[in-house]
Design a protein around this ligand. Structure first.
Ligand SMILES: [Zn+2]
Length: 324
């Protein structure tokens, strides 16, 4: 059962509860934390208890404000996040950070993004999905498993399965059109030489299952815009487009690997099978959502710069969507 129901998101609409549910989200660094079992691993403990209010006629636009979101509440695997509502209609975007605990550029970026305010639509950020692993800067822990190989997950499975399943549930409730999953690799893709594998895909921007040609055009424009503002070494390669887009370097398609430019299922997504258990498969499980997996190169690139580049990609996307 989802710990965050659609009703809860919608219950904020026009009720003023959004303000009551306001919480601080001061970022804390993994290295500063020693209490890995604390209930709010990436930020301040929220104060105040939302008061249930009757909402006989929910509207589709939540009131402007910030809402604490808890996945797997009251379990050892609880994951905290923030829904940031503009109070106006507009796109919905979801951001995952810290799925792998040894990729801090992604989670620091997500924590910074969790402090943003959007002016249209809504933003949902889960800054440290795998916070127990982030607390010890390990990719993951044996008792958790790899969340980014666990989709669609299982509510009664191992912790990684439970968390993956909960991300899909909250995604279905929130209904984002884009989902960013912020990761890090080691070697820059452009410097990989003959090497292959996930340690050699730094500075890649992968578009997952379900993206249409129009989605890819739009995301290519994000990559093109960001690439125009950074050094040539830092430039992102796009993965997941069957046809290259002008001015954007691409990772050649391998038909045996995710991501693939698979057309959005119609009607989505029941009964349609894509391969893959990474977040690039989330378009299969969250209706009308295009997943994007960013891998930032760690080799000879400062953590602060990695975080800044992650933020540039998300900020540019929100700006081009009219959300900022
Ligand atoms: Zn990763």
């Amino acid at each position: 059962m989802s710990s965050v129901s659609r009703r809860r998101f919608l219950a904020l609409a026009g009720s003023g509860l959004g303000a009551a549910a306001l919480v601080g989200c001061t970022a804390t660094h993994a290295a500063e934390r020693t209490d890995a079992a604390a209930p709010f691993p990436w930020g301040a403990t929220p104060t105040g208890t939302p008061t249930p209010v009757p909402t006989p006629a929910p509207t589709p636009v939540p009131a402007r404000g910030r809402e604490l979101v808890t996945l797997l509440k009251d379990t050892p695997w609880a994951v905290e996040g923030i829904a940031i509502h503009s109070g106006k209609p507009g796109p919905r975007v979801m951001v995952l950070g810290g799925v792998h605990g040894n990729e801090p550029g992604g989670w620091f970026a997500a924590e910074a993004i969790a402090d943003w305010q959007v002016e249209r639509g809504s933003l949902l950020v889960l800054p440290r999905v795998n916070w127990r692993s982030a607390a010890v800067v390990e990719r993951t822990l044996p008792e958790i498993g790899d969340i980014n190989r666990a989709y669609p997950g299982n509510a009664t499975g191992a912790p990684a399965q439970k968390i993956a399943n909960a991300i899909i549930e909250v995604g279905r409730d929130f209904s984002p059109e884009l989902l960013y999953d912020l990761h890090e690799s080691w070697v820059f893709y452009g410097e990989r030489g003959a090497n292959n594998g996930t340690a050699f895909i730094g500075q890649t921007f992968s578009i997952g299952a379900g993206a249409s040609d129009k989605d890819i055009d739009r995301l290519a424009n994000v990559v093109r815009t960001v690439n125009g503002q950074i050094s040539s070494r830092e430039e992102f390669y796009m993965r997941g487009a069957a046809t290259p887009r002008p001015g954007v370097q691409v990772v050649p398609q391998n038909p045996n690997q995710q991501p693939q430019n698979t057309q959005r299922p119609t009607p989505p997504p029941n009964g349609v099978t894509f391969s893959g258990t990474t977040s690039l498969s989330l378009g299969q499980w969250i209706k009308r959502c295009v997943p994007i997996l960013v891998e930032m190169g760690q080799q000879d690139q400062a953590e602060s710069r990695r975080s800044a580049l992650h933020q540039m990609l998300v900020r540019t996307t929100l700006q081009q969507s009219g959300m900022l």
